[in-house]
Design a protein around this ligand. Structure first.
Ligand code: PLP
Length: 375
């Protein structure tokens, strides 16, 4: 059975050109980048070239980019650094953040006895920025604001300029989880007032196990993982050389084809939304789906029936892969914390369809046929 993959917000297939760029660094150029002889020098150069390329593509300086093992590690480092090194004693975040942020915030709050404030979510899934200003204004200690650029379940995009301006006004540290936007939107990080931003190559056709953290050069933090002096003394551990090379290559490809890929993927999202509205009575879309939203995903609530409760499983049996929410919580069967946080958001059965450049309109048509059969 041919399978159809509509869960690209969870992870994406690696682009063959990315694999090609990585293979020499698994075989020919295998040296430890910390070694001083030629094998080491070759891999050191590859890492620094990758860093320069990533920095340039994200509108940052090479010294502001650290390679990590994943988006989760980057989020952890950003949040711990803001508390441990930058004097933040009050955390302002939202109930719809990824667990990489929410669970880290919980751990920090417990271990460091910090106050955490969760901002109000509006019915369309956006964060109430008047609530953010109220929280910043009333805080008595330095704040860390952690708000994601794009929500991985409903797709809502944050106005990072507006949030950054508020953080600047109240001297707060601003962390934004940009895992769903790096490789999907042009970013110019140095031009923003973001202090920490995060990325993961596997979300844009790069390999798993390689992430990055942007740290604004205006802030100075200590390592999160201690050991050797790798990553300019900021993140110890022998570097994932092929992963770093793959990260840079994936970002280069994503950026150079962005307008074409974006137009294609947006057309799939729009087509699915329009067809669902005409073909399946009672469907609703979660979040600001046709406004400030990722072009890569559509979160659909199907009217709750015995058939729709089994829909994900039924689609899987037909070879169609979609998800109920974040991959990290699938299987937990507690419903989505994001949908549950939306006012009136949890009435139907939510399913997230997320697309990549490899999906086609024919696949969407096939999905529609199967959805009608299963419902
Ligand atoms: N943040 C967001 C918004 C995500 O979608 C993900 C991935 O699911 C992560 C963080 C975690 O990234 P990783 O899987 O690379 O640890």
């Amino acid at each position: 059975m041919t399978r159809i993959y509509f869960d690209n917000a969870a992870t994406t297939p690696v682009d063959p050109q990315v694999v090609e760029s990585m293979v020499p660094f698994l075989q020919t150029y295998f040296g430890n980048p910390s070694s001083i002889y030629s094998y080491g020098r070759e891999t050191r150069v590859a890492i620094e070239n990758a860093r320069k390329s990533v920095a340039q593509l994200l509108g940052a300086k090479p010294g502001e980019i650290i390679f990590t093992s994943c988006g989760t590690e980057s989020d952890n480092m950003a949040l711990w650094s803001a508390i441990e090194d930058l004097g933040c004693r009050h955390i302002i975040t939202s109930p719809i953040e990824h667990h990489a942020v929410l669970h880290t915030v919980q751990a920090l709050a417990k271990q460091r006895q910090l106050a955490v404030e969760f901002l109000r979510v509006l019915p369309d899934g956006h964060i109430d920025l008047t609530d953010l200003e109220r929280a910043l204004e009333s805080a008595t200690e330095r704040c860390l604001v952690s708000l994601m650029h794009a929500n991985n379940e409903i797709g809502n995009l944050l106005d990072i300029e507006a949030v950054g301006a508020l953080c600047e006004k109240y001297n707060a540290i601003f962390h934004s989880d940009t895992v769903q936007t790096v490789g999907h939107y042009p970013l110019a990080l140095s031009e923003t007032t973001i202090h920490f931003a995060t990325g993961a190559a596997h979300k844009f056709h790069g390999p798993k196990g390689i992430g990055m953290l942007y740290i604004d050069h205006k802030v100075s933090v200590s390592p999160f993982i201690h050991g050797g002096g790798q990553e300019r003394n900021m993140r110890a551990g022998t570097e994932n050389v092929s992963g770093i090379v793959g990260f840079a290559k994936a970002l280069e490809l994503a950026t150079s084809n962005l307008p074409q890929d974006q137009a294609h993927i947006q057309s799939l999202k729009d087509y699915l939304a329009a067809q669902l509205q005409t073909q399946i009575p009672g469907v609703q879309f979660n979040g600001d789906w046709n406004g400030a939203s990722l072009y890569t995903l559509l979160n659909v609530s199907f009217p709750r029936t015995p058939q729709s409760e089994m829909l994900l499983m039924g689609l899987d049996m037909q070879g169609i892969c979609a998800s109920a929410g974040s991959a990290c919580s699938s299987g937990a069967n507690q419903g989505s914390h994001v949908i549950n946080a939306l006012p009136n958001g949890n009435k139907g059965v939510p399913i997230r369809f997320s697309f990549s450049k490899f999906n086609t309109k024919e696949e969407v048509d096939h999905l529609l046929v199967k959805l009608k059969q299963l419902l």
